[in-house]
Design a protein around this ligand. Structure first.
Ligand SMILES: [Zn+2]
Length: 114
């Protein structure tokens, strides 16, 4: 029985979503690399996609999240269009977009009370 023999060539290709270069924080003047992604699920009829608001370092995250919350509020949706509350995802190198870990505790911390 050779079923357990590993065959590296047959395994999934490594995720190359971000390439070999670092992603930088989107704040103008900020030179740190991005650590988080702020995105919200948008849908219209059968179409739905994850809209990205920002890629941000930890320091700039509160400002970007506030910005994303404000954008959600002012979005006057047409019938059938929905925009969910923005979520915070942790950027992990080599992880595909749909598999990024969500940081709900950060969302709670940064969400204004009331
Ligand atoms: Zn920054």
């Amino acid at each position: 029985m050779n079923d357990a023999v590993e065959n590296p060539a047959a395994s999934d290709p490594p995720a190359r979503h971000w390439g070999p270069y670092p992603i930088y924080c989107q704040t103008p003047g900020c030179v740190k690399s991005a650590q988080y992604k702020i995105a919200a699920q948008w849908s219209y009829g059968q179409t739905s996609e994850l809209k990205t608001y920002a890629l941000s370092c930890a320091d700039c995250l509160p400002r970007w999240y506030a910005h994303a919350l404000a954008r959600q509020k002012e979005c006057c949706c047409v019938e059938g269009e929905t925009l969910e509350a923005p979520c915070i995802y942790e950027l992990c190198r080599g992880t595909r977009d749909g598999e990024l870990p969500r940081r709900r505790e950060l969302e709670r911390q940064l969400r204004p009370i009331g």
